[in-house]
Structure formats: C-alpha cells, structure tokens
Design a protein around this ligand. Structure first.
Ligand SMILES: *Cc1c(COP(=O)(O)O)cnc(C)c1O
Length: 228
C-alpha cells in the first residue's frame, strides 16, 4: 500500500471516530485510535507514525519485537492485544507499554514480577468475554473484580480499564447492546477502582457502535491497512 493510500485510510478512520463520537452519549470524550499492525511490515507502521499515529497494537510477541527493533528510533506506544501465553509474559513485560488482554491471575502475577523497575509501570486492561463462550479469550464478568484487585496490588502494573472483542454482529443496534454491557461492567469496576479511565472496544466493523456505547479506545487493523 502506498503511503498516500495509508494516509487517506487513516484520515477516513479518524473521520469515522469523530462521527461516532458526535453521535454518542459523550460527545466531548476523547477517543484514541490504536492502529493494529499485526502481520504488517514495519514500513507501514513508520508511514503512519510519520503522519501522527502513536499507538500500535500487536498480537504476536516475536513479530512485534522484530518490528520494535526496526523502529527503535521512533517514539511509539506499543500495545499487546493478543492471547497471552505464560512463556511470553517476560517479553511483554519488558517490551510493551500496554497490555490489553490480561484475563487470568497467573498472568497478572508474572507480569507484575517481570516488569522491570526503572521504566513506567505496565498499563493493563482486563479482557472480558461478553459472549459467554468458554473457549474464547477473556475473563467472565464475575471475575473482573478479583483480577482488578490483583493488578492494583502489583506496584509495577497500573490498571487502566477493560477491553473486549465481542463476537461479530451485523446489526448496529445489536453491536451497541453488547458494548453497553461492557460499559456497565466498566462503571461497576470504577466504583471499586476509581483510577480507571480506559474502555477499549470497537474494531473496523463496529467502532461507531462501540463509541456510541462509551468506548474511548478503538483498535483498527483492516480499515487502516487493508485485508490481512
Ligand atoms: C486483529 C485485532 C483487531 C483489529 O481488527 P480489524 O477488524 O482488522 O480492525 C482489534 N483488536 C484485536 C484484539 C485484534 O486481534
């Protein structure tokens, strides 16, 4: 993809975010865009970074580390958004700014122990499974509170909020309804953890519905970079 095309697509996505925000219940809310760059070459990341994109999401640790090395001189913010295997927690703790896919206590403990002192705490989102499919990534809503307490007790971790990837639904009303359940969980958690501020929901096909329901961080791959 040419840099001009990437730029056009980036502006288009920013336009959709603005539109979703204006139509939502919190029109003054700032919504961040995380560019999901899994499977994309470092050159595409560099092209977006040059026009002002700062946050990038990656799903595969080894692939991400290779790109990070190539782009070392850029001031980017790296978000780990994929399923977390225990043997990858050290690399995540050492090389990412955010991790959005924390869904079990064992991973909290490992990340908390392995995040090096002397750099910012790792910014953490708890991934929630809203569809109640046991094989899916994400904790069940009733597990959020316990995970949140465990994260808050780790000095090298900072709990920032929740993330979800609902099963695809084509109807905007159905999309919005499931994101509203996530917003309810976020509001509940906020009573216990008043410092949280981030609700990461919405991808290429449903970002407007997510923002309308209260999301303030969207993760977009396909609509920025084309089909994978
Ligand atoms: C791949 C991925 C995305 C981006 O999805 P698109 O539909 O390509 O925009 C967002 N979030 C997560 C967790 C992903 O794995």
């Amino acid at each position: 993809m040419t840099n001009q095309t990437l730029r056009d697509r980036w502006l288009q996505v920013l336009g959709r975010i603005e539109h979703g925000r204006a139509a939502g219940s919190l029109p003054r809310q700032v919504v961040r865009l995380i560019a999901v760059s899994k499977t994309r070459p470092a050159a595409d990341i560099r092209a977006l970074a040059e026009i002002g994109q700062r946050g990038f999401g990656e799903n595969y640790v080894d692939e991400a580390l290779a790109k990070q090395r190539e782009l070392d001189e850029l001031d980017l913010e790296w978000h780990f958004i994929g399923p977390i295997q225990s043997n990858k927690t050290r690399a995540i703790a050492e090389h990412f700014d955010w991790v959005q896919s924390v869904d079990r206590l064992k991973i909290v403990r490992r990340l908390g122990e392995q995040r090096p002192a002397g750099i910012e705490p790792l910014q953490v989102l708890i991934q929630v499974d809203l569809d109640d499919e046991p094989q899916k990534a994400g904790c069940r809503p009733e597990q959020i509170a316990e995970l949140a307490r465990a994260i808050a007790a780790q000095p090298r971790l900072r709990l920032r909020g929740l993330m979800a990837i609902p099963a695809p639904r084509s109807e905007p009303a159905a999309q919005r309804a499931v994101f509203e359940r996530l917003t309810q969980q976020f509001e509940l958690l906020k009573r216990q953890q008043p410092g949280i501020d981030t609700l990461s929901a919405g991808m290429s096909d449903d970002l407007e519905a997510a923002i309308a329901a209260g999301s303030n961080m969207v993760r977009v791959g396909t609509d920025l970079f084309g089909p994978r």
